[in-house]
Design a protein around this ligand. Structure first.
Ligand code: HEM
Length: 211
């Protein structure tokens, strides 16, 4: 019988936790925005259509990404990995552009505008970089950029997780507007720093080559 290695077990465990959190927070985001009357914007082209489009583009990202990290799927069904990857790239690029529009252009919260413009732009850049590296068959760098891209996609989760624990995480920020802005920035800066530490900085310091 094939035994699963400890690092792979850890990876799958993390992936399961992230997938469960994604489903939970997606459910909450949908029931918050799409279920009660009057939260989608006044007219079809004044936000309603853009909210729906953002969600439709984001769905293949959230459902497809965890499968892409499962090594046996990549090894035994590379055509499936490529098909899901293409859906991910199209979904992430569409959702990122719409996130920039909804958050930075027509968004109501001034403190969120720059943060969302940067999150959306980085998400777009990491996704396109991962795609280009896959086409160029640089799979080590491709994997690293996919992890970066997925980390940005998971802002959906990080933001809401930080909201739920804000009384512990941001207890020192008492002004509610400042707290919202701090949470908005922390929701992508902190996960991205953790990922860079793991992917690039620590391996570099230890003298290992990593993307
Ligand atoms: C695959 C991941 C994602 C999914 C499934 C997703 C889904 C959703 C859903 C269901 C909503 C409506 C709920 C709400 O307004 O709070 C929403 C809104 C929004 N999302 Fe995403 N999203 C994802 C990633 C992102 C990312 C990475 C960004 C930032 C770059 C982002 C930016 C926004 C913005 C700005 C809104 C509108 C918020 C508002 O008007 O208050 N989303 N998203």
């Amino acid at each position: 019988m094939n035994r699963i290695s400890l690092p792979r077990f850890r990876g799958y465990f993390l992936l399961s936790v992230v997938s469960a959190l994604s489903l939970y927070y997606l459910y909450r985001a949908i029931t918050y925005r799409f279920v009660p009357a009057g939260r989608l914007g006044p007219t079809l082209f004044n936000k309603q259509f853009w909210y729906f489009s953002h969600l439709i583009f984001a769905l293949p990202v959230l459902s497809g990404a965890p499968l892409q990290f499962i090594a046996p799927i990549r090894a035994r069904a590379p055509h499936w990995h490529r098909a899901v990857g293409k859906a991910y790239v199209v979904g992430a690029c569409g959702a990122a552009l719409l996130a920039i529009y909804l958050g930075a252009i027509v968004g109501e919260y001034e403190g969120s505008r720059l943060s969302l413009a940067l999150t959306g732009s980085l998400w777009l850049f990491f996704t396109l970089a991962a795609w280009r590296l896959a086409v160029g068959k640089n799979f080590v760098a491709h994997r690293a950029f996919m992890i970066r891209s997925y980390t940005m996609a998971l802002v959906l989760v990080w933001l809401r997780l930080m909201y739920d624990f804000q009384d512990y995480l941001f207890f020192y920020v008492t002004n509610p507007d400042l707290r919202d802005a701090t949470r908005e920035w922390a929701s992508w800066v902190v996960p991205l720093l953790v990922v860079e530490l793991w992917l690039a900085w620590i391996p570099t310091v230890r003298g290992r080559k990593r993307a």
